[in-house]
Design a protein. Structure first.
Length: 147
């Protein structure tokens, strides 16, 4: 990877998102928690959720990933409160399509993921970018929420 490619990949906007990830840490009253790890790079994300009426009412994430994975967690964290499982799954599916199939930028509220378009050309980073989404979905699946 050339220096110019690396600079584009780790743009100021990506680094800003990575430096200001919402909801970092653990959630004391979590109903579901899940950790996901990328075997390619060793990045990990653990998501903790509390659900009410089928929507996220409490959220925390522990993110140990590259700047791209952290930026993805930053975008997720900005809009995760009040989201349903379907909302998170749709965002994850749209992000995956954007990265792997040259799909469009995900719909709002996940449209901040456009910052990760340069990562399309680096498939070895895709797993890290997807971790927070996978961990959040797995944590939500742990919750026995009748609503």
């Amino acid at each position: 990877m050339s220096d110019a490619d690396m600079m584009q990949l780790y743009s100021k906007r990506i680094l800003a998102l990575a430096a200001d990830i919402p909801h970092l840490g653990k959630l004391a009253d979590a109903q579901g928690s899940a950790m996901k790890r990328s075997p390619q790079c060793g990045s990990t994300v653990t998501a903790h959720v509390r659900m009410e009426d089928g929507r996220i009412a409490g959220f925390a994430q522990e993110v140990r990933a590259c700047a791209l994975g952290q930026a993805s967690a930053g975008v997720l964290g900005q809009a995760v409160m009040g989201a349903s499982r379907e909302d998170i799954a749709r965002g994850a599916d749209q992000l995956r399509a954007m990265l792997k199939e040259d799909g469009p930028v995900p719909d709002a509220p996940w449209n901040g993921l456009e910052v990760l378009i340069p990562a399309r050309d680096y498939p070895n980073r895709h797993a890290s970018i997807m971790l927070c989404w996978q961990a959040t979905l797995a944590a939500m699946d742990e919750v026995a929420d009748p609503g």
